[in-house]
Design a protein around this ligand. Structure first.
Ligand code: EPZ
Length: 418
């Protein structure tokens, strides 16, 4: 595995443009399976996870290629319904193709994605929703097999507002007969982006972004051109990097409204957050913070995003005081606390709750990224440490951050690849 090498203690200064959202691009690429003509996508980030989704679509028979900055998907030759296990094992989001495959081919076979470092990640809500639409499901040797002779719109009440399950059901329902109502749906901006893409293809969807989404199935969906929304988690990660390292950062192509749980928090501890306009924000962070206590719960949108929790924990190490983080989305997403302790951080944590004693200096160490967001958190801690930090697992971090070292270096950080 490659490494990031960070030498801390430098202010961040400059302007950064946010890339397209990985977690919007992945379901939208899966939804392209249902088009009867070419789909052209703009602002798709150049990431490992995107490369895996391209391989998944190609394995199904689609033609996928880059034309300079545009990603072209021609789904008209799709004739396979089995997602290769080795691709499923690389990326859980390959599961997103099961709804579209069911809708287009009447069949889908996906490898049961295993758990990962942040939790078991079951897929029961996906399977329940798709079977309610008329699919039959069975599992053989770890493979989930779904079959349907046509899908019929229905009511689906999610027991948890799962992002992926909401997206999978929404996509399958777009080609079902009749109306589907999803209650307790996830409300993340990536859901709204997927709905807007499906509507550009000819679907009729109401209520995306609220807890009740209605989809009126169509007989066919056409190709279209679409631009992916900016990546709010990348924007939040860079904002927390400058809050931890101190400095002045202008973040462009950042939809301010997509991070309702972050900006108020940063202002609370003394970071200046200036909304230049709806797509530009300026962060001015002090060298020191006054003593205080911060408590944070992660929750489904519009609550504080779980994908920013490790980065926020790393930032809190800079703020003198006792802080509490409660991770309420995933059952085991505090593993990075152990790695931060190797850098001198004073954190007590179990699987769900962490107590952080901020304001103590950090020293460089060799640490490992458990998942891509934990890796971003370790990088943010490295920006604060007095000397060199080596972060194992560069490829894991590059799943979600395009040219992370180059872009951090361009705003004053000392980050190199090894
Ligand atoms: C999406 O994952 C994101 N991934 C995750 O981002 C993000 O952390 C997560 O949503 C929550 O916001 C993509 O969009 C590709 P969930 P997803 O279904 O859809 C439980 C990143 O770093 N659950 O909302 O898998 C599950 O165990 C990634 O970019 C079930 O119980 O998240 C978890 O506790 C990490 N049964 C909770 O719901 C199911 O069938 C939230 O999961 C599905 C989920």
């Amino acid at each position: 595995m490659g490494q990031f090498v960070v030498r801390g203690g430098r202010r961040l200064e400059g302007t950064l443009r946010v890339k397209g959202a990985k977690n919007a691009a992945l379901p939208i690429m899966a939804a392209a399976i249902m088009a009867n003509d070419i789909v052209v996508l703009n602002e798709v980030p150049r990431l490992r996870d995107i490369d895996v989704m391209i391989q998944v679509l190609q394995a199904l028979g689609a033609k996928v290629w880059w034309e300079s900055a545009q990603l072209m998907i021609d789904p008209t030759s799709i004739d396979q319904y089995v997602v290769p296990a080795e691709l499923m094992q690389q990326m859980r989001a390959s599961l997103f193709v099961s709804g579209p495959l069911l809708a287009r081919l009447g069949q889908a076979m996906v490898f049961q994605p295993g758990g990962c470092n942040i939790g078991d990640r079951p897929i029961d809500l996906h399977v329940d929703g798709l079977t309610k639409l008329g699919a039959s499901s069975c599992t053989q040797q770890g493979q989930l097999i779904l079959q349907a002779n046509g899908l019929t719109g229905t009511d689906v009440h999610l027991s948890y507002p799962s992002v992926g399950a909401t997206e999978n059901i929404m996509m399958a329902a777009a080609l079902a007969n009749g109306e589907t109502r999803i209650r307790n749906a996830a409300m993340e901006p990536e859901i709204v982006d997927l709905a807007q893409f499906l509507e550009m293809m000819g679907a009729t969807i109401r209520g995306a972004g609220t807890s009740e989404v209605r989809i009126y199935g169509q007989p066919r969906l056409s190709g279209t051109e679409y631009t992916i929304i900016p990546d709010r988690i990348e924007a939040g990660s860079f904002a927390l990097a400058v809050a931890a390292a101190s400095g002045h950062l202008r973040i462009e192509n950042c939809l301010v409204d997509h991070l309702p749980g972050l900006w108020g928090r940063l202002r609370e501890v003394g970071v200046k957050v200036h909304e230049v306009d709806a797509e530009t924000i300026e962060i001015i962070a002090p060298e020191q913070y006054r003593r205080m206590s911060v408590s944070l719960n992660t929750n489904p949108y519009p609550g504080f995003a779980t994908d920013l929790q490790p980065q926020f924990m790393a930032f809190l190490l800079k703020v003198p005081g006792v802080h509490l983080i409660s991770e309420r989305v995933f059952e085991n997403r505090l593993g990075h606390a152990r790695e931060l302790r190797r850098m001198g951080a004073q954190i007590a944590a179990d699987q769900r709750v962490a107590l952080i004693y901020g304001g103590h200096s950090l020293y460089g160490a060799k640490v490992s990224a458990m998942d891509l967001r934990a890796g971003a958190g370790l990088l943010i801690a490295g920006l604060q440490a007095n000397d060199q930090t080596v972060i194992e697992g560069r490829e894991i971090i590059e799943r979600g951050y395009e040219n992370f070292a180059g872009r951090l270096s361009a705003i004053g950080a000392d980050v190199t690849l090894a």
